[in-house]
Design a binder for this molecule. Structure first.
Ligand code: CO
Length: 293
């Protein structure tokens, strides 16, 4: 592990988050926000580790604007921007929530998510139990009258692998698993007025390589994915900028049917509920380092 690469990825993620927040206002197209975030990451010398998520209100995660969508931010929306940066495969995963215009319910939910991530980071040391992190997160959220989303978790990060083996729960669980020195962790609590459980919605237009294999159409697209994104998620919107879009569609259909690619779906809470998310990437040390602050 090259900690310099992780540190650089973290700095770029934090700078991109500060930039993204300056753009947020009613009337902003989700697509414009995502494209500006992704362009900013490149301009700062990083690469997007995954397409920028622009998830609003009851959509907890994985809404990725498509090339032709027309959604715009509205006054009173609770927006989550989840962005990733990598430097040579060293990933910083970072999310922030913001109310579009003043809204006290949104602000309370956002406070709960922010307090939860801070509480977990405060105890994330070598030897700490992952169950203790989950408990700390749950306590911050429930003490404010909200619910943590239990089927979304933080995760360890490894080079070019966004979700490596270990999950960091957002509620108290029974587990003796402990954190180890040098682990790279993304901690990402979600606080909601909903059920505390997300279901899969529409396909998000985001994929990742599952298992390389032979395709009849678009071998050059698959080669590009392997060399450019490796095992990181990518957007159909990105491919459509490089290749003929009809061919991209045929390729995606075949590659999904053959299990060459994995497709991500939106993750949705109860209709009409709100969800706030906070996320930082940290390196576990005696004095734990927050990469994305
Ligand atoms: Co994450």
């Amino acid at each position: 592990m090259d900690s310099k690469d992780y540190e650089k990825a973290g700095r770029i993620a934090a700078e991109t988050r500060r930039y993204a927040l300056t753009l947020v206002k009613p009337g902003l197209y989700y697509l414009e926000l995502a494209e500006k975030v992704e362009a900013k990451i490149f301009s700062l010398g990083g690469r997007p580790a995954f397409p920028c998520n622009v998830s609003v209100n009851d959509i907890a995660a994985h809404h990725i604007p498509s090339a032709d969508e027309k959604f715009v931010l509205k006054e009173g929306d609770l927006l989550k921007i989840d962005l990733g940066v990598h430097i040579n495969g060293a990933i910083a995963d970072h999310a922030v929530s913001v109310s579009v215009g003043k809204n006290s319910e949104n602000e309370k939910l956002i406070d709960a998510a922010n307090a939860a991530v801070a509480a977990a980071i405060a105890i994330a040391k070598p030897g700490a139990k992952v169950s203790a992190l989950g408990e700390a997160i749950e306590k911050e959220i429930t003490s404010r009258g909200f619910v943590p989303i239990k089927n979304l978790c933080g995760h360890t990060i490894e080079p070019y692998v966004l979700h490596a083996g270990l999950s960091i729960p957002n509620h108290k669980i029974n587990s003796n698993t402990v954190l180890k020195e040098g682990m790279v962790l993304a901690i990402e609590p979600f606080a909601t007025t909903g059920a505390g459980f997300v279901n899969e919605g529409a396909e998000s237009g985001v994929y990742k390589l599952e298992e390389p294999g032979a395709v009849r159409t678009g071998k050059e697209i698959l080669d590009f994915i392997i060399s450019e994104y490796k095992t990181l998620p990518f957007a159909k919107r990105w491919l459509a900028k490089k290749f003929n879009s009809l061919k991209v569609n045929l390729f995606l259909k075949e590659a999904l049917a053959k299990g060459i690619l994995h497709s991500y779906s939106e993750l949705i809470e109860l209709k009409g509920s709100k969800v706030a998310q906070a996320e930082h990437t940290i390196i576990i040390k005696e004095k734990t380092e927050v990469l994305t602050k």
